[in-house]
Design a protein around this ligand. Structure first.
Ligand code: ATP
Length: 583
């Protein structure tokens, strides 16, 4: 592992690279910064003619140009500060925008396993909190770095010019300051990481509560959620406080070191011999330069805290951006797909686990055949169908679509041949039309969309909605009933007209009317499509062409409903159980 400092520097360099694309604005901002920084030494320098010439010698020229000079200096400084502030703010927002797009697009391409193993709250924190932290801190950091370094260099130059012996006296404290800064850097980075994790926890819990609000209420989970959120929030504040204390302590400590040097200089400068060599104006100007250095020094030490926050957030973001996305190496594309699926000796286990979840599956499914998968919970039904759109890749064996290995097809092409209707209907906060014509289907003709809605028995209720197809259905379709939501997702699948359909049948009981509609909609959806149906209620699969009974990752029985009943095996048992439940 590299030391945190080198890593920190690398992360920072990478962050800065984002603003380099705007180099022309950056150059303008830098000009503004340098000008406003340079006004400080000028100000200190002006005290010398003020004292020596205007006050002691009463020089008329100086008395005239000094006030004009002061006004000019502040006008220039104001304009320069506006210029730099404007461009730096703009670059900061642009960097935020770019990073946010990159992170979102990366999330769109991350493999399914990533989402299954990462807290969604943490992912939301990436898109919001982390990125803001990074952009703000890195850009502000750059501003401070340029502006305050220039100020300090200018002031130091002025002091060296007046008296190099006195100036050198100040530099004695530099190693002490460096020590404090290095210690604070390490601690700040560590704490910043912890703060970020804890923000992820807070978002996660809030997110869970918001999504699961009904469960929370029905099971009286309020006190538990309150405690859980309170604890995460408490931890968050503790970490913030620790970071704040480190930040707050390091600055006065550094300033105390500077004050030590200042005291020493004042002591040395007021010795008889030194005083003789310096005019009163020079002396005051020298002291002023030293005092003016305090603020930029404080800024530079605070900058460290900002940078450590940016770096810690940047590390998280770059780790995500550098993670491998879904493997998409297949080059072939099926233009016409019949929907014939072949599993050849397929065995599968989830990444980083030992247990084979599917074992030596051999299965030929003809185009248009309706396959129903049944079996106990955990027997591998969902896993088997998830392999078709390549949410996971098999470790052994091959799956072929129309004779082509899935791994040889591009993901885009493969998935364009598959439609999915799941238990959890996913609807977007958009119009009915856009929810049906989602993704690739955007832009399909009105007639097609209507026909799909009709075939899904959804037209009737859509037309009763206030704006018909243009009605906004709210967050995940809150405005619709369970059955209506399901019919919309069926309409989406019908519109896609994909030759292969995955149907994860809903377990939720619907009223007879709704169920009749949905059954009719499904009949329309299934016709002429190769269908993999995960069936929970056996009554719905009696018409399947073939029923596969799964157990511990294997297909143990296969055949039509009547054949399997006659076999009197596992299926017959399941059937008897359910028949018993239903009566
Ligand atoms: N993402 C995952 N990572 C690791 N193991 C998993 C994952 N998803 C499922 N499993 C395991 O794989 C096995 C099969 O799960 P699968 O979801 O395919 O079963 P199922 O038959 O569809 O069950 P159900 O009817 O309850 O939906 C289970 O033992 C489960 O614990």
């Amino acid at each position: 592992m590299t030391t945190p400092r080198t890593t920190g520097w690398q992360v920072y360099r990478r962050l800065i690279a984002y603003s380099l694309g705007y180099w022309h604005y950056l150059a303008l901002a830098a000009v503004g910064l340098v000008i406003s920084a340079a006004t400080q030494p000028f100000f200190a320098w002006g005290l010398k003619p003020l004292l020596d010439k205007a006050i002691i010698q009463r020089d008329s020229d100086t008395i005239l140009w000094l006030p004009v000079g002061i006004l000019g200096l502040f006008l220039l400084r104001g304009a320069a500060m506006f210029l730099s502030g404007y461009y730096i703010g703009m670059i900061g927002r642009q960097v935020t925008k770019t990073l946010r797009n990159q992170v979102f697009n990366q999330l769109l391409r991350m493999p399914v396993s990533f989402f299954e193993n990462t807290q969604s709250g943490k992912l939301l924190a990436y898109v919001s909190y982390y990125i803001d932290q990074v952009a703000n801190a890195s850009i502000r950091g750059m501003t401070t770095l340029v502006q305050d370094s220039v100020t300090i260099l200018g002031l130091l130059g002025l002091m060296l010019w007046y008296s190099w012996q006195l100036t050198l006296g100040i530099l004695v404290v530099v190693p002490l300051i460096a020590l404090i800064v290095v210690y604070a850097t390490r601690r700040l980075r560590r704490l910043s990481h912890k703060v970020q994790d804890s923000v992820g926890d807070v978002t996660q819990i809030a997110n869970e509560m918001i999504r699961g609000y009904k469960v929370v209420r029905i099971f009286n989970g309020e006190p538990y959620e309150e405690r859980r959120f309170g604890a995460a929030n408490e931890q968050n504040i503790e970490l913030h406080m620790k970071r704040m204390v480190t930040e707050l302590l390091s600055t006065p400590l550094v300033q105390f070191m500077v004050a030590l040097a200042l005291a020493a200089i004042v002591f040395m400068a007021t010795r008889e011999s030194t005083l003789e060599a310096l005019s009163p104006g020079t002396f005051i100007s020298f002291i002023m330069a030293m005092i003016l250095m305090l603020t930029p020094i404080r800024n530079l030490t605070q900058l460290n805290a900002q940078l450590q926050t940016a770096i810690a957030a940047g590390e998280g973001i770059f780790e995500l951006l550098d993670s491998p996305t879904e493997a998409d190496t297949g080059k072939q594309a099926l233009t016409q797909c019949r929907g014939e699926v072949l599993f050849q000796n397929v065995s599968f286990r989830y990444p980083n686990t030992d247990k084979w979840v599917l074992r030596d599956i051999n299965l030929r499914v003809n185009a248009g055949e309706k396959i129903a998968l049944v079996g106990k919970s955990g027997s591998g039904k969902t896993t088997l169908v998830n392999l078709l759109p390549r949410f996971y890749d098999v470790q052994q064996g091959e799956i072929l679509l129309d004779g082509v290995k899935l791994s040889e097809l591009s993901l885009y092409n493969l998935r364009s041949h598959i439609a999915y209707v799941g238990q959890d209907v996913v609807l977007f906060n958009d119009t009915v039309r856009n929810n049906i014509a989602y993704g690739d289907m955007r832009g399909m003709s009105e007639a097609h969309i209507r026909a799909a809605a009709e075939a899904a028995f959804a037209l009737e209720f859509i037309e009763k909605l206030p704006q018909g197809f243009d009605t906004l259905i709210g967050d995940n379709g809150v405005m619709l009933s369970g059955g209506q939501r399901q019919r919309l997702s069926i309409a989406r699948a019908i519109l896609s007209n994909a030759p292969v359909l995955i149907l994860d049948e809903a377990t939720s009981a619907l009223d007879t009317e709704s169920e009749r509609h949905i059954q009719a909609a499904l009949d329309n959806l299934l016709s002429n499509r190769t269908t993999f149906m995960i069936a929970h209620r056996l009554s719905t699969i009696e018409n399947a062409d073939r029923i596969l009974v799964m157990q511990d990752g294997e297909i143990i029985e296969s055949g039509k409903h009547a054949e399997l009943l006659a076999l009197n095996g596992q299926y017959a048992k399941l059937h008897a159980l359910q028949f018993h439940d239903d009566t």
